[in-house]
Write a protein that binds this ligand. Structure first.
Ligand code: C2O
Ligand code: CU
Ligand code: CU
Length: 539
């Protein structure tokens, strides 16, 4: 059953062994063969002044934007849902402290919202399902972005339709800058400008070609309710794209905005790289790694160094093979279509073989080619990565468990599988839009204990706060777990303790949920209410 995946794995292994110098034996790493990476468009501040403390933008959710999907084997057109009819996902770049005015219009045929993933934000601006925007109407989101520089993002969050709307193409990037990040850039301690690249990684499944058009397929397989997995990994909208680089350090803002897929990102030659930021901001101390595992909705900023490479060198960003805990799930589901879901581990389209997997569902853990880099120009690398953030950066202070109001009596979120319905629940409950599940006092620090007693890994996300991870199964946090996190993976049998501070801006009802969007839409979600008494009767 795992045969194909293993064969693909060994191709990667062979390549790893032959990675230095001669790349002619492996066509997948020939950067010339892939389409050019799209650089995502950055929206301009509508008041024309990005330094006046006011950020004004318009987002119109539209259907049937014709998107050209480029792959190493040619291209086709796919109608997608996008913002402002733009064929690419959009980037908003703003400064800490700025007041955002976002004019949203919903031109979809269904209600939608804009949720500001990772933002410290009042509940009525957070774009949760309790503040739906009806088709044909709009909403003005206004809030002050007062939190550290970070790779944040936005996406729809309507009741039971989040997975579909994100999958159809509605998700964007919000890069927040602050005086620390600007200073690190201007002093050559972080790459910037054209060497600062946003990468949105999303897997998709396409229908058969019809007059040059392939439509997206969503939830058309029996196992898709376990999480929507496709067979085509898109980076900024293209399959296995190529970026020409200079002999210098690059900052890759790597977003896993897939509905359900985990990636174990690494480089094809095994080179080390440096993580400088997690979901909610820069790390106090950069962390050197040779791979980074990212669940759905997690982000990192990594620095990859091409300064020692000779021109002409090709290197790929890959996802390494890992054990798919969904396998256990398949067994629990009766394993009905497991055979067919295994039939093709080749996601990169590098073989010219047009045989698509029969059901388009490539399992989590299958090794993947993500994109390639071709070193094309020799320059003097101006960047030396910072070693420690200035003291004034909030992340330099670890939150003290002793300051938590619930130390010794932690709030528990237990993720389990509900037998019978085979759906996932938190604390035994499915989402009920009319029920508040947790009451949190305003202006308090709390410890939450997230337990996974289900057979599948879940990315846990809570709105409106950035957390510090205390420990995993009692082992104190280290490495990238020391950064600000709004989403983190909890593996089967694991419990992750987190600590967070509810600030005055946190007021009202917010969601916590699994960020496998199909789990969320099927009810793996709840409300927590933040208020002065901890028990608000109404808002
Ligand atoms: Cu990306 Cu409820 O969130
Ligand atoms: Cu969120
Ligand atoms: Cu889940």
């Amino acid at each position: 059953m795992r045969k194909i995946a293993l064969i693909t794995g060994s191709i990667v292994a062979v390549f790893l062994l032959s990675g230095c110098g001669n790349s002619s034996t492996d066509s997948t790493t020939d950067g010339q063969s892939g389409p050019k990476l799209h650089i995502l468009p950055v929206l301009a501040d509508e008041d024309g002044n990005s330094a006046d403390g006011k950020a004004t933008y318009t987002l119109n959710a539209t259907v049937n934007t014709n998107v050209q999907i480029e792959t190493p084997n040619g291209s086709w057109t796919t109608p997608m849902w996008r913002y402002n009819n733009n064929p690419l996902p959009l980037v908003i770049r703003a400064n800490r402290g700025d007041k955002m005015t976002l004019n949203f219009t919903n031109s979809l045929g269904h209600e939608s919202t804009i949720h500001w993933h990772g933002f410290k934000i009042p509940a009525d601006m957070d774009g949760g399902p309790d503040y739906p925007v009806a088709p044909g109407s709009g909403k003005v989101y206004s809030f002050t972005m007062d939190q550290p520089a970070a790779p944040l993002w936005f996406h729809p969050h309507p009741d039971m339709q989040t997975g579909k709307q994100v999958y159809m193409g509605l998700a964007g990037v919000l890069l927040l800058d602050d005086d620390i990040s600007r200073e690190l850039e201007s002093s050559g301690q972080l790459p910037s400008g054209e060497r600062d690249v946003v990468l949105l990684v999303q897997d998709r499944r396409f229908g058969l070609e019809n007059n040059g058009v392939k439509e997206l397929r969503y939830m058309d397989q029996a196992m898709d309710s376990d999480g929507m997995l496709g067979d085509t990994v898109l980076v900024n909208g293209s399959q296995f794209p190529n970026l020409q680089v200079s002999t210098a350090k690059y900052r890759l803002r790597l977003y896993n905005v897939s509905n359900a897929r985990n990636y174990d990102f690494a480089f094809s030659d095994g080179r080390q790289f440096t993580i400088v930021a997690t979901d909610g901001g820069l790390l106090k101390n950069p962390v050197r790694v040779d791979h980074i595992f990212l669940g759905a909705a997690e982000r990192v900023e990594l620095i990859v160094d091409f300064s020692a490479d000779s021109t002409g060198k090709n290197v790929s960003l890959i996802s390494r093979e890992f054990q798919d805990d969904n396998m256990n799930m398949g067994d629990m589901n009766g394993g009905g279509n497991m055979e067919s879901s295994q039939n093709d581990g080749n996601m990169s389209g590098d073989t010219g073989n047009e045989n698509m997997p029969m059901d388009g569902r490539v399992p989590n853990g299958t090794p993947l080619d993500i994109m390639s880099f071709r070193v094309s120009k020799k320059i003097d690398d101006p960047v030396t990565i910072y070693t420690s953030l200035p003291e004034r950066a909030e992340i330099t202070n670890r939150l003290d468990p002793g300051s938590a109001v619930n130390l010794g009596n932690e709030r528990i979120f237990n993720m389990t599988m509900k037998m019978g319905s085979m759906t996932f629940v938190i604390n035994g409950k499915s989402f009920d839009p009319s029920r508040v599940d947790e009451y949190v006092g305003a202006n308090t620090t709390e410890i939450w204990n997230i337990k996974n007693n289900s057979p599948m890994t879940h990315p846990f996300h809570a709105h409106a706060i950035q957390w510090q991870i205390l420990d995993r199964n009692g082992v104190p946090a280290s490495g990238t777990d020391l950064g600000w996190k709004d989403t983190f993976l909890v593996r089967p049998g694991e419990n992750v303790r987190i600590i967070g501070r509810f600030e005055p801006i946190n007021y009202g009802d917010y969601m916590y949920h699994c960020h496998i969007l199909e789990h969320e839409d099927l009810g793996m979600m709840g409300y927590f209410r933040v208020g002065d008494s901890g028990h608000l009767d109404s808002l």
